[in-house]
Design a protein. Structure first.
Length: 288
């Protein structure tokens, strides 16, 4: 049986751990709101970019850059930190399934990763990523990571990337999340034609005065930015939702353990008091 000192130390350690878990739970809850708000705000911006594409296609026609369709890049987005359940495992498995699907179509597939955990998982599976990017801890850091990604995509596109997909987890329901496989490149002709035929929201059609190449380059960069920023923001919201759920389960388990330890402490203390009383009574009887 454990002594009172040992039980007191274990109870103190459990309370300290419970305090850490509650702090992480609060931070996760706050971060969820920040990243959800960022993802929602990006939806309106994406609509503006689509209107820009629509105006461009109406005035300049559909321009789709050609690339070597036998090369594909899969960006797998996970997390740098743990304690978020099966979050990284799901993202890694979705990336491996995408790689298997495209490799079956004779595509040369390359992995990029964002997040140390998903990179480690892919390396353990024998799929070492060619490029790795950190997961930002704040909304402000997302811009820097997306800018770095867009720069590398532009460099690799000159080498002839045919396809670029981003695989990430997005929230599904209140506490769940599911992996998403989103295509960013190549630009879809059906999407271009849909935007060309779409009804313009204003009373008069827009006019463009920039050269077609300059306007296409600007819209293309915004397309990459919107797609990557949205994927990172939604993934980080799902990551914090997964961590919140994990911390809630951990909090319950720690509270149950603390209650059990406190029960053991009270029982051990009562046994010690009873033993001391019996010794006193036995000594008194021996003296009389």
């Amino acid at each position: 049986m454990q002594t009172l000192d040992v039980l007191q130390k274990r109870i103190k350690t459990t309370n300290d751990l419970l305090s850490v878990v509650k702090t992480m739970k609060s931070l996760a809850a706050v971060n969820i709101r920040h990243f959800e708000r960022a993802a929602r705000s990006l939806t309106n911006y994406a609509e503006v970019v689509e209107h820009g594409w629509s105006a461009f296609f109406r005035s300049s026609g559909i321009m789709i850059p050609s690339g070597r369709l036998n090369r594909a890049v899969i960006l797998a987005v996970g997390s740098d930190q743990g304690m978020c359940g099966q979050f990284n495992e799901l993202a890694m498995q979705a990336a491996l399934k995408a790689e298997e699907r495209w490799a079956g179509k004779n595509l040369d597939v390359t992995f990029w990763t964002a997040g140390d955990r998903v990179r480690a998982g892919l390396e353990n599976a024998g799929k070492k990523p060619d490029l790795h990017f950190p997961i930002p801890g704040t909304i402000g850091g997302v811009d820097l990571v997306v800018g770095d990604l867009v720069g590398h995509m532009a460099e690799w596109q000159r080498l002839g990337i045919g396809r670029f997909h981003v695989v990430y987890n997005a929230q599904s329901g209140r506490e769940g999340y599911n992996p998403i496989d989103k295509r960013i490149l190549p630009l879809d002709r059906e999407w271009c034609e849909r935007l060309t035929r779409a009804q313009w929201p204003g009373p008069s059609l827009p006019q463009t005065y920039l050269p077609s190449e300059i306007m296409f380059t600007g819209l293309f960069e915004q397309h990459l930015f919107v797609s990557l920023y949205g994927a990172l923001a939604r993934s980080m919201a799902a990551e914090n939702a997964a961590r919140l759920a994990a911390m809630q389960a951990a909090e319950k388990n720690i509270e149950d353990m603390r209650d059990e330890l406190q029960g053991d402490f009270r029982q051990t203390r009562q046994n010690a008091i009873t033993s001391e009383l019996l010794d006193i009574v036995a000594g008194f009887e021996a003296l009389t």
